[in-house]
Design a protein around this ligand. Structure first.
Ligand code: COA
Ligand code: MG
Length: 292
């Protein structure tokens, strides 16, 4: 399994692959990842032309260090076979598979990617948006050890539809906790679902703050106006960086040599906090490197 965990994924912007203007605009946007969508955001009659447009754009390049992801159509649709073949022959960094239900789905797609000659480091990202995916989450995450799977992407629009429920964050909390727990148990990255009301920056900010606190690596987005908020909320802030630096410095102090627990800024601080501090600094540095 490829370790991709220190790559910033604060902001992962979906765009319909049928939208040429959006594909062009993406080259100038500060999103960490771009998800070219062939699925829900593309009407059936436009599937073939959207696919052509996505791979022309990927071939032409110009997206810099942005991680380029293609969301294909689900396994049980007539478009899947062509989608996966084209993706595997492309320069995409990852394929995002919707409507995953089981570990068997992941094993099948990862094997298909090998057979189709996908680059060795092409990742598999899975949408968690079906009730069965939530119920099977541990077994699905376990396949990350032996397949290309690196990342879960939560999809609450579909999950609400499948559950016949209203969009209500409280309802999704058990799924969020289980998905993050299972994903982390197997070294995966986990991205939060989209915030549909793209004219509500305060609501988005609140949801990003909550998602960051719960352990998500970043948020999937639907509109360029959402990028700056996600980039800010999912980056370690000044306080977090100052605290991490203080912890690292304290453990380096010869007075604390060999100690497992010390006091930093009045708080009990153990070696596990040192590891957390090192992770915070690694992410802060990876984010800084993006703007250099
Ligand atoms: N990616 C890149 N550019 C985008 C964009 C996106 N997701 N959404 C909007 N833009 C661009 C528009 O092209 C427009 O560019 P311009 O000013 O250069 O013409 C600008 O941002 C402003 O767009 P706006 O007029 O505010 O939005 P809209 O009415 O054109 O589109 C949506 C609204 C929701 C249809 C559009 O944002 C969208 O398609 N989002 C992604 C949907 C998606 O991929 N869903 C699947 C996953 S849930
Ligand atoms: Mg969907």
């Amino acid at each position: 399994m490829t370790n991709t965990s220190f790559r910033p994924r604060r902001s992962c912007l979906y765009m319909p692959a049928s939208n040429a203007r959006a594909l062009e605009k993406a080259k100038t946007l500060a999103a960490d990842a771009i998800i070219l969508d062939l699925e829900d955001a593309v009407a059936p009659d436009a599937k073939d032309s959207a696919r052509d447009r996505a791979f022309e754009a990927l071939e032409a390049g110009g997206y810099g260090s942005r991680e380029m992801v293609v969301r294909l159509n689900a396994m049980d649709t007539p478009w899947f076979d062509t989608d996966i073949q084209r993706i595997c022959a492309s320069k995409a960094d990852a394929v995002l598979v919707p409507k995953i239900r089981s570990a068997a789905d992941i094993l099948e797609i990862s094997a298909l990617m090998d057979k189709a000659g996908a680059a060795e480091d092409m990742q598999l990202w899975a949408m968690i948006e079906m009730p069965l995916a939530v119920l099977n989450i541990t077994e699905i995450a376990e396949t990350a050890d032996s397949t290309r799977l690196t990342t879960f992407v939560m999809g609450f629009n579909d999950l609400a539809k499948e559950m016949r429920a209203q969009q209500d964050r409280a309802l999704f909390m058990p799924a969020i906790a289980q998905t993050i727990m299972a994903g982390r148990a197997f070294g995966m990255n986990i991205l939060d679902s989209v915030y549909n009301d793209f004219n509500d920056p305060e609501g988005l900010e609140q949801e990003c703050r909550q998602g960051n606190a719960y352990g998500f690596d970043g948020k999937t987005l639907i509109h360029p106006g959402q990028i700056d908020i996600a980039n800010r909320e999912f980056a370690p802030d000044e306080n977090a960086i100052a605290e991490a630096q203080a912890i690292i410095a304290a453990f380096k102090d010869p007075e604390n040599a060999g100690k497992g627990v010390i006091t930093v800024n009045g708080k009990m601080t153990e070696l596990l906090h040192l590891q957390q501090a090192e992770q915070t600094m690694a992410m802060a540095e990876a984010i800084k490197a993006l703007s250099e």
